[in-house]
Design a protein around this ligand. Structure first.
Ligand code: NDP
Ligand code: ZN
Length: 353
């Protein structure tokens, strides 16, 4: 089969290889819609997870099951499924501790386009199909459902990690597709004021639609100074980081109140250290928690998130700014993600048969 791969750090191209064998618990799927991700760009062009040779890229797919293993109970060939970006080993000790995304070791549940071939291919393999696949609900467009693979669960996880609750002031740093889902997730969890940081006009407009009350441009000066100006010097209750770099943490700590939480879902692709400003961290005694996490996955959570779309509580159509058709347009989608033109939020590639 053919797949679009990371040939080595900084180089992509098509490769021909065999699809992994379908074990008794597994499934083989073909893609109906796939979405390139900023993480693919960190992986290929920053070499953020290290060197990889001819590894097929992509971890956001809605597909059709073409084969299942003998022990798979709930899925059969022909089923249309949402395939989460993270596909843990659910029997692992890490999963039993509540951190399935780290099954087998840190970030171990992130297999596609990290430890194994991803979904930008004619066929792809899914481990533990019953636990990892989710049924695509009737009436949900496969292209829109690709947002349930990674953007919604990651953005919402930032909100969960920050423990956002009713009426809080929440700062969301970064309003690409992940941060936009954090804005929406914070609004769904009852945040009061939502301050959102970003500049691309499409993203700013959608952030407002999703519930942002204030927009901050990181290009207009330090984020924390702008947050302090907007909050009478008090700062915010929670910060969710979905953009920026290792230096963004200092701005987050300077923006949050004592007792606040800073939650990071940004993939820190470069830089050796995250620095914590001593005084603003309450000289070590400010009860300011810093936490970062890879998205949780699993069938139940994925079907629940899709349920928000089914019931009209979450509309992701505005995120899909660039719609492409056919496997052959995947390189163009990846290039868009690399270049980030001003009008881009998320590209999606639909594949018809
Ligand atoms: P985008 O690049 O589309 O968005 C990044 C956002 O950050 C933009 O709004 C951008 O603003 C803003 N930004 C850029 N520089 C700064 C800065 N110095 N200070 C503050 N804000 C800044 O990324 P995505 O939304 O696609 O992804 C966000 C991150 O999440 C990526 O690192 C991605 O790899 C990661 N990720 C993590 C996952 C997880 O499970 N934890 C899963 C999936 C993705 P502007 O409007 O100017 O462009
Ligand atoms: Zn992704």
């Amino acid at each position: 089969m053919r797949g679009f791969a990371m040939k080595k750090i900084g180089v992509t191209g098509w490769v021909e290889k065999d699809v992994e064998k379908c074990g008794p618990l597994d499934a083989i799927c073909r893609p109906l819609a796939v979405a390139p991700c900023t993480s693919d760009i960190h992986t290929v062009y920053e070499g953020a997870v290290g060197e990889r040779t001819d590894m097929i890229l992509g971890h956001e797919a809605v597909g059709e099951v073409v084969e299942v293993g003998s022990l798979v109970k709930d899925f059969k060939p022909g089923d249309r499924v949402i395939v989460p970006a993270i596909t843990p080993d659910w029997g692992s000790l890490e999963a039993q501790r509540g951190f399935a995304m780290h099954s087998g070791g840190a970030l171990g549940g992130w297999k596609f386009s990290n430890f194994k071939d991803g979904v930008f291919a004619e066929l792809f393999h899914v481990n533990e199909a019953d636990a990892n696949l989710a049924l695509l609900p009737d009436g949900i467009d496969p292209a829109e459902a690709t947002m349930v693979c990674d953007m919604i669960p990651t953005g919402f996880h930032g909100v969960e990690l920050a423990e956002v609750t009713y009426g809080e002031d929440v700062l969301v740093i970064g309003i690409g597709p992940v941060g936009l889902m954090s804005v929406k997730g914070a609004a769904l969890r009852g945040a009061g004021r939502i301050l959102a940081v970003g500049t691309r006009p499409n993203c700013v407009a959608l952030a407002k639609e999703y519930g942002a009350t204030d927009i901050i441009s990181y290009k207009d000066g330090a984020i924390d100074e702008q947050v302090r100006d907007l909050t009478n010097g008090k700062g915010v209750d929670k910060v969710i980081i979905a953009g920026g770099d290792v230096n963004t943490f200092a701005e987050a700590i300077r923006s949050v109140k004592p007792g606040g939480i800073i939650s990071n879902v940004n993939y820190l692709g470069s830089g050796d250290y995250v620095k914590i400003p001593r005084a603003e961290w309450g000289v070590g005694m400010g009860h300011i928690r810093i936490v970062g996490g890879l998205m949780p996955a699993g069938r139940m959570r994925t079907e629940r998130l899709a349920n928000l779309m089914v019931n009209g509580r979450l509309d992701v159509s505005g995120m899909l700014t660039h719609k492409l058709e056919g496997l052959d347009s995947i390189p163009e989608g990846v290039q868009l993600m690399k270049d980030k033109p001003a009008d881009l939020i998320k590209p999606v590639v639909t594949i018809s048969y």
